[in-house]
Design a protein around this ligand. Structure first.
Ligand code: GLP
Length: 251
């Protein structure tokens, strides 16, 4: 089942998303959070850091697993997802850095690293709550549109549309890594519940296909229709097509 919250704008979406994550952390202080990168979760992470500073929320016992990492980037690279997580969340909350996990983009044997990551996430009992952003092309993590859903953590060739979309973070499109290590659909679907966030009209078509379209690996996020417990938080622009299709949303 997918429960949809429509918010006015990015700020309201971020606050609602942070509240959903906080609900999990308050209910289960030793939870496993599946975390995401990209520009969309930044506001939610800022809100979580603020609540942590104010003493409303503690991450002391929380463990985290991130979805993905660029292949070939060290964690010290300012566009690596490890660096993103440190600078946008982990450095600002009381989480134990040893309890935070991101695939190793520099692993000498990427296939072995993918297998290690799957074993790690399984040993943690999978995520209690998995946070997801949404690619313009419907990707989740870096599970790109393709012919089949890939269950395991794997090395993926990024599509041109993803390279173009992420080029804004790099000096040029030529600097965007061509491959990434991503958690597969299996780990994502094994999460107890899922929070997907989306903001802006660039996401409207992908969000519509995810919620209203057929379940197909051509839109990887559509697999979430088969998950029993999904919350979508989107702003008006992102939800425009979904609302126009007559799908009911919570305000
Ligand atoms: C990136 C990440 C995804 C993210 C998506 C959207 O490539 N791998 O996890 O959800 O693209 O990014 P943004 O939030 O910047 O639009």
């Amino acid at each position: 089942m997918i429960r949809i919250y429509q918010e006015a704008d990015y700020a309201a979406m971020s606050r609602r998303a942070a509240a959903v994550i906080a609900a999990e952390v308050i209910r289960n202080p030793a939870c496993v959070l599946g975390l995401a990168t990209g520009s969309t979760p930044i506001g939610a992470y800022e809100q979580l850091a603020a609540w942590n500073r104010e003493g409303l929320l503690s991450f002391k016992e929380v463990r985290s697993v991130n979805l993905d990492e660029y292949k070939g980037l060290p964690g010290t690279h300012d566009q690596s997802y490890r660096y993103f997580m440190n600078t946008h969340l982990f450095d600002h909350v009381d989480i134990d850095p040893a309890n935070t996990h991101v695939p190793d983009g520099l692993a000498a044997d990427p296939a072995a690293e993918c297998a290690r990551y799957d074993d790690l996430v399984a040993s943690m009992g999978y995520a209690d709550l998995q946070l997801l952003g949404l690619g313009n092309n419907g990707h989740i993590g870096f599970n790109e549109p393709c012919d089949c859903f890939v269950r395991e953590t794997h090395v993926v060739d990024l599509t041109q549309s993803t390279i173009d979309a992420n080029a804004r973070f790099f000096a040029s499109a030529g600097d965007v890594p061509r491959q990434a290590l991503t958690m597969g659909i299996g780990c994502i679907m094994a999460a107890r519940w899922v929070l997907l966030i989306a903001s802006g009209e660039a996401k409207a078509e992908a969000l519509y296909r995810m919620i209203c379209g057929p379940i197909t690996p051509a839109c990887p996020a559509s697999i979430l229709q088969l998950h029993g417990d999904v919350v979508v938080v989107g702003d008006r622009a992102a939800l425009e097509k979904v609302v126009a299709a007559g799908v009911s949303v919570c305000e």
